[in-house]
Design a protein around this ligand. Structure first.
Ligand SMILES: [Zn+2]
Length: 65
């Protein structure tokens, strides 16, 4: 998945593996957004959970949490 930085427009790549790891964090902490830092301007970009689900459609919440 590729998004563009909200602040400088620089492309940010999120691999499926990264998206899955992000969804785990969101799920465990009850968050709606995952934040990634832009390598160019170093600002934090909020990635909505829904967008991550599209990048990692096979992700499932872990059992027993
Ligand atoms: Zn940026």
């Amino acid at each position: 998945m590729q998004i563009h930085c909200t602040y400088c427009g620089s492309p940010l790549n999120i691999s499926r593996k990264q998206a899955e790891a992000a969804l785990d964090v969101l799920h465990e902490n009850g968050l709606a957004y995952y934040e990634i830092r832009c390598p160019r301007c170093r600002k934090m970009n909020k990635i909505p959970r829904e967008m991550l689900r599209r990048a990692a459609p096979r992700w499932q919440p872990k059992e027993g949490q």
